[in-house]
Write a protein that binds this ligand. Structure first.
Ligand code: NAD
Ligand code: MG
Length: 385
């Protein structure tokens, strides 16, 4: 029985984790749950799984939860995520919160020598190098939940980077793969949020339309697998059946395939090194018939170039990219800027940034704040234009 803290329990990945806990009652014990502000959903899950404690970052939501649920402790505030992550009664932390707030619980869990089933890719984008060092020092481990990285992890089977010629991450291409390129800039939030193959939270869905999500995944692969950026490539594969491919130095290529269902990579991050039998939807290649691939078109994937730029700048640049993007997406969803303004605006902030000094958690937090403020300054000029 693994004892699990689930952070981001009310989200899309959080829902997948609850589903797995329902399917494997003899293997998965949910000890604690956390979310930002959806107290009704969190209390419902707390009752169903009889957890020991819950956390709501929003204090008013936590107060409502205390009135509605007396089965255990209710924590509040941003530190509450960290407290759940370092709880000695927990073996595995499923980090499924969205955004840079996910970094501190990832650090806390690794410091406490735990396994982190990591969906929160922002943790690795911001601090991949630091996380690898912490894990090495403490014996904690990150098991990827992002489907491409779970695929890579399965293809590599522990092989080091010296055996690898290059790896390819696949991208669905997002909702605008076939749309007339001249009209993409004016896409509405509703159009952007209609993803063809995955049903996900708002932030990652918007990032899938700019392909910045894939760019973040390149950065994520850089640090999770110690592969230099020249060896990381991206291929558009609209069926989302192959998640990752590894070309070894001898020319042999190993790929990982599965039905596009986030419960599978999450299951593997929990069961590893075992595989648990499942009745999740199986891949029926005969029904799919065709798997197709194409190189990403630069005009449809501005986020890829930005992420590569941030990787080259290194240090706090990926943190700046992430924070500026989080803020810009808010403005876009609030209809303050156009879809076509998103990446140029984020790029403007990235171009202003001068990474300096050694990377540290403080430097990352400073860069995050700096980027959010700069983004809003830059946006006021854009909004006026
Ligand atoms: P979501 O928006 O559906 O859910 C986000 C969760 O995080 C919610 O439970 C919310 O309460 C919580 N949260 C948001 N802001 C918070 C804050 N300030 N403090 C504490 N909790 C907060 O997002 P999602 O699609 O489930 O994605 C979660 C993470 O998983 C992201 O990092 C995303 O990139 C990654 N991911 C998601 C998918 C997917 O299919 N959804 C696939 C790969 C990776
Ligand atoms: Mg992914």
């Amino acid at each position: 029985m693994i004892r699990v803290a689930l952070l981001g329990a009310t989200g899309s990945i959080g829902g997948a984790a609850l589903d797995l806990a329902r399917r494997y009652p003899d293997r998965i014990r949910l000890v604690s749950l956390a979310a930002r502000s959806n107290d009704a959903a969190l209390v419902r899950a707390a009752k169903e799984f009889r957890v020991e404690r819950i956390a709501l970052v929003d204090a008013a939501a936590a107060a409502r939860a205390r009135a509605a649920w007396t089965g255990g402790a209710v924590l509040d505030g941003e530190d509450s995520l960290r407290h759940l992550a370092e709880d000695p009664g927990v073996d595995v932390v499923v980090n499924a919160v969205v955004g840079s707030v996910g970094l501190s619980p990832t650090v806390a869990a690794l410091e406490a020598r735990k396994r982190v089933a990591l969906a929160n890719k922002e943790s690795v984008v911001l601090a991949g190098e630091l996380l690898a060092a912490i894990a090495k020092r403490t014996g904690g481990a990150i098991l990827p939940v992002d489907s491409e990285h779970s695929g890579l992890f399965q293809c590599l089977e522990g092989r080091g980077s010296k055996d690898v010629a290059r790896v390819t991450l696949t991208a669905s291409g997002g909702p605008f793969l076939r749309r007339d390129a001249r009209t993409i800039a004016d896409a509405t939030p509703e159009e952007v949020l209609r993803h063809p193959t995955w049903s996900m939270g708002e932030r990652i869905t918007v990032d899938s339309a700019t392909l910045l999500n894939k760019g973040f995944e390149v950065i994520e692969a850089r640090w999770l697998f110690g592969l230099a950026s020249e060896r990381l490539s991206v291929l558009v594969h609209p069926q989302s059946v192959i998640h990752a491919l590894v070309e070894f130095v001898d020319g042999s290529v190993v790929a990982q395939l599965s039905a596009p269902d986030m419960r599978l990579p999450l299951l593997y991050a929990l069961s590893y090194p075992e595989r648990w039998e499942s009745d999740l939807p199986r891949l029926k290649l005969g029904d799919i018939a065709t798997l197709s691939f194409e190189e990403p078109e630069p005009a449809r994937s501005p986020g890829l170039a930005l992420a590569r730029q941030a990787l080259t700048l290194a240090g706090t640049a990926p943190a700046v990219l992430n924070a500026a993007d989080e803020e810009a997406i808010r403005l876009f969803l609030d209809r303050k800027i156009r879809f076509g303004d998103l990446m140029p605006l984020v790029g403007e902030v990235l171009a202003m940034h001068r990474p300096s000094g050694p990377l540290s958690l403080e430097a990352i937090a400073d860069a995050d704040r700096w980027a959010r403020a700069r983004l809003h300054e830059a946006a006021t000029h854009w909004i006026r234009r």
